[in-house]
Design a binder for this molecule. Structure first.
Ligand SMILES: [Mg+2]
Length: 277
């Protein structure tokens, strides 16, 4: 690669604020494992269509849970006599569900860096992410129908105010009377698993829809294998497109760590197998 062109492109792109795009320059594309996924998010009409498909389907479905008080999207709300009296709420993940952070990924690729929390928090503090296509329109529509929206994110509490600003400026319903942005570490027992935060919402609201880009946005999926994840998808297949809406994220997610740990296990098992030595 011509280092001068690359450096020029890097300076040009990093000076463009949050609008980093990998194709905004004439320099050759860097060699990075997440390059193709990031290019797809930033350039394909298909990425936009998948998001719009999810959010428009959700909007068309919304009258059903509002008319049916037995409807819940939560795997924990089992006692109808309790939850059907509660007001409706929707839980939305933030990153790659309502906010598109592909410019951050492009920045990491162009700067030849891996994900790290310092750069990630700096990006969050800029409060310049764009909305995922279709997300603002759906959230506004649900809000107008009297549904309370909770944003449940693994962004850390230190970037919550910046995240609130970012969401608000894009037109997402952000409450002024209560905190509807639930971040990681905001309360002592609010960990990345999201279970405790979902429970807090479930205690006071009938959860009618869930939105996320990762299985953990719907049910605990951290400690389960790839095969178990596939089984869960079949078990809950009736929920998708009705109660649960999953948005595309080919760049990162729990799928990646599960895949890598299973690959490592397979390799170490192979190493221990005397027949293969
Ligand atoms: Mg997410």
């Amino acid at each position: 690669m011509n280092r001068f062109i690359y450096l020029f492109a890097l300076i040009f792109i990093t000076s463009c604020g949050s609008s980093q795009s990998l194709t905004d320059n004439d320099a050759p594309l860097p060699d990075d494992p997440s390059l193709q996924a990031t290019l797809w998010v930033q350039n394909s009409a298909e990425y936009k269509a998948l998001n719009i498909q999810a959010y428009e389907t959700a909007e068309r479905m919304l009258s059903l849970p509002l008319e049916d008080s037995f409807w819940t999207a939560s795997v924990n709300q089992k006692d109808e006599s309790v939850y059907r009296k509660l007001p409706p709420a929707i839980i939305m993940d933030i990153d790659e569900t309502v906010l598109d952070n592909s410019p951050f990924q492009a920045r990491m690729i162009l700067e030849n860096k891996s994900y790290n929390s310092d750069d990630w928090n700096a990006w969050c503090m800029e409060a310049n992410a764009e909305a995922v296509p279709g997300a603002v329109e759906f959230a506004q529509y649900a809000h107008e129908q009297g549904v309370t929206i909770f944003y449940l994110s693994n962004r850390s509490y230190e970037v919550e105010e910046a995240t609130r600003k970012n969401l608000k400026e894009l037109g997402f319903p952000v409450s002024t009377s209560m905190d509807n942005i639930l971040t990681n570490g905001e309360q002592p027992n609010w960990t990345s698993s999201k279970v405790n935060r979902r429970k807090m919402v479930e205690d006071s609201y009938r959860v009618i829809m869930l939105f996320g880009d990762d299985l953990n946005d719907f049910f605990p999926a951290k400690e389960i294998s790839q095969a178990e994840r596939d089984n869960k998808i079949r078990e809950y297949s009736a929920n998708f497109g009705r109660k649960w809406f999953i948005l595309p994220n080919p760049i990162y997610g729990s799928w990646d760590s599960v895949m890598r740990s299973e690959m490592e296990n397979e390799n170490s098992n192979a190493g221990l197998d005397p027949a293969k030595n």
